[in-house]
Design a protein. Sequence first.
Length: 515
Amino acid sequence: MNELRGKLIIALVAVLLPLASASEGSERSKRLYTKGLVEFHAGRLEEALRLFDEAVRADPRDAFARYYRAVTRNRAGDRQGAIDDLRKALELNPKLFDAALDLGVVLVEEGHYGEALTPLGTARNASELEAQALLYLGIALLRLDRASEARSYFWAALEKDPALEAVARYHLGVLDYQQGRWRRAKQEFLRVKELKPGSPVAEQAEQFLARLRRMERERWSAFGSFGFQYDSNVILAPASDFGASFAKSDVGVTQQADGRATLQLGGSYGIARTRTAQLAAGYEFYQSLHLELRQFDLQDHRAQISFSDRRAWGEWGAIGRYDYYLLDTDDFLREGSLLPFARVDEGTLGWTEISFQLRRRDFLKPEFHIRDATNYIPGVVQAFFLEGNRGRYLTFSYFFEVEDTAPGRASRAFAYTGNQIGAGMRWGFPWAVETQLDYAFRHKEYEPEPSENRKDREHRIILLARRKLTEHIVFTVGYFGQWNFTNSVQLIGLRQEKLFEYERHIGSITIEARY
């Protein structure tokens, strides 16, 4: 771009030199800027500028003196001075189309895209300047996000002057890149390199080609993790000794604590992408293997599709998932969920996220059919950055939940409404250790008649510490704690027991590779 502008200015000065005799300025002004042009072409900008200053003082209404000084000021880096002179030159001589073109070019380069449209439109009246005016009109419209108009101007400039083809095709490639037309953008940038090998515009095209190659690699991602967990309450047995003994005998196990290995594999592919939005699909596999309680081994196959769109105000999108679970080797559960969300960025303060989760569960084992349900969870999360660091922040959240089961007394006993409040913190420590601490309190009220006014109060704590071992490998240590209290009492023999009151502690270590 700078190379083109430099050649343009030199060409314009050369064209205008013979026009000096036609200037309306005084003879003294003409003599001064004629000498100034000689100094300008010799590269002595300081002396040229001194002579142009004198020419303007000799005749402030000489449009050519103003124009030549503007060109020199622009070459010397005084953009605002150049803009002021070019505007004055056009005011003195509205048909000085070269000044109109130069003004439009400088305004574009200074980021005043809307202001550049008028002088560039004026410059189109000169046939020898029309192609260059069209090109810069396209650039201004591109910056103003008026893509379709910009595209038409680039094509018009290319057809008017083949010498501008490389620059016009470069900007056509930028348009295609922004609109997610990767193949067309690649073709345009490759054509630029063929037309102008080794030029600045070819170097800029190569930068975009490098981005496209990187994006092509990044369309695919894969990960795998292996971990070990110790679970103090695999079967969620009640906290009381009698209740725990009853639960153990009911499910046919001799203990409720066990260790397990976990394996997770997955990958995703970017289906489509634009400057702000992306659509991706993926698959994940999960398997847990218990040391002793093998009948509780769980396998999950998950298909996922996600869409997100980044805007100036934040991000919005949705995630859709389908999970198929096996318990041991038996079909156990299928589950579909949809999670639309919107996140609003709040600058250095933090961000707010609003979401709504819709989930449908269908149990495949006959004895669990009474637990089939549709679940609704709208919620909001507010984050506050700590010390202005986006990697350190506090979160506060609220979620409302409805579990809607099938009709019938047995099923409705598991229907409830819930309210959850939570708080969390993300913090980085020395040695590149990142930590996460989350606490949530959840209150659930079940259907009054089938559950006899059952109410549960649940506390959850999650603590994670992660450290990157290499660019692709992360080591994580975690803890999950869960305490559930209830007012629901069941009669077991001659004893009243709170079978839904339990606690659980899980410790884990995981190593993950992600590419």
